[in-house]
Design a protein. Structure first.
Length: 309
């Protein structure tokens, strides 16, 4: 039987390697400034980060006995690309006015967000073990009033793009140079509020906004194609006036290239449709509807961790 505990991890530090258990405070400075958004400087390093995030996800959900592993695992490369290469952010100063904003619309995938925030140094990695516990600031859906680094409290799906559009427009009014990224599930594209926001962002020419759709093809009770067929999804976003890119959502180089292209787009918002695999990295979770919102058992966790090496 495996112990449901978390391995030591690297703090968000460009030069020194330090176990998060050695400190209860995030580092006072990080390389996440306007010149360099991230620590890791090679594809190999980013792959190592993604692997650690996956191990955190399955471990913390197994420990909690509940959670959403499938959609957390499918978004790992997207979140890794954002936090380690794209976002300008300061873990020691979560409210830094100059930060880029990541709005986690698919709030049930909070474990991947928590894993990234902990790895970056917003709070100790050891706190991931408190997921969904009474009194923990790491609840099943993220809460911006309790968890450093969280931009929007979540729960009801379909609201994040509206929030992100408002934030992007506020930034433009302030003549700020930061950008807004919104991570959506494909299931959220069933909802009318999402398309209201799609229409509004295009109408107001929110070119400082990039939406990323985690297109893993599965939602709560089955496959998208059977519940509400979304295709042709790219054509729909384009018809609403968005700049559209489609990428392999597990290829970090493709994600980064699409984001770089988005920064050049003027007069319209951008969307990246990232084709992913629900439960990516764990064989028995991949494309398995059951693991949308089901925690692995201790035996399943042991198998998952053997695969995630």
């Amino acid at each position: 039987m495996i112990r449901l505990d978390l391995a030591p991890s690297l703090l968000y530090n460009g030069d020194a390697v330090k176990s998060s258990s050695d400190s209860k405070k995030p580092p006072s400075e990080t390389p996440a400034d306007r010149a360099n958004a991230g620590v890791f400087r090679s594809q190999e390093d980013l792959a190592a980060v993604a692997l650690r995030l996956r191990r955190h996800i399955v471990t913390m959900i197994a420990r909690a006995g509940s959670g959403h592993p499938g959609g957390s695992l499918s978004a790992v490369e997207i979140v890794t690309a954002l936090y380690w290469r794209v976002l300008h952010h300061r873990p020691a100063d979560p409210a830094w006015p100059g930060r880029d904003r990541l709005v986690m619309s698919k709030g049930h995938a909070a474990p991947v967000l928590y894993a990234a925030l902990a790895e970056c140094g917003y709070f100790p990695v050891s706190e991931l073990a408190t997921l969904r516990k009474l009194g923990s600031h790491l609840q099943g859906h993220a809460d911006r009033t309790h968890t450093p680094g969280v931009e929007m409290s979540s729960g009801s799906l379909g609201q994040g793009l509206s929030f992100a559009t408002g934030v992007a427009l506020a930034g433009r009014l302030d003549r700020a140079d930061w950008r807004v990224y919104a991570l959506l599930s494909d299931g959220e594209c069933d909802e009318g509020q999402t398309w209201e926001a799609v229409m509004a962002a295009a109408h107001f020419k929110a070119d400082n906004l990039t939406a990323i759709v985690d297109r893993n093809g599965i939602q709560l009770s089955g496959f998208n194609r059977d519940i509400m067929n979304l295709e042709p999804l790219a054509a729909k976003w384009s018809a609403f006036g968005w700049h559209v890119a489609e990428v392999d959502g597990h290829d970090i180089s493709q994600i980064l290239a699409a984001i770089d292209e988005d920064k050049k787009v003027k007069g319209q918002p951008s969307v990246i449709i990232a084709r992913t695999v629900k439960g990516k990295g764990v064989s028995f979770m991949e494309n398995n509807v059951d693991f949308h919102g089901k925690a692995p058992s201790a035996e399943q966790l042991e198998q998952a961790l053997k695969e995630l090496v």
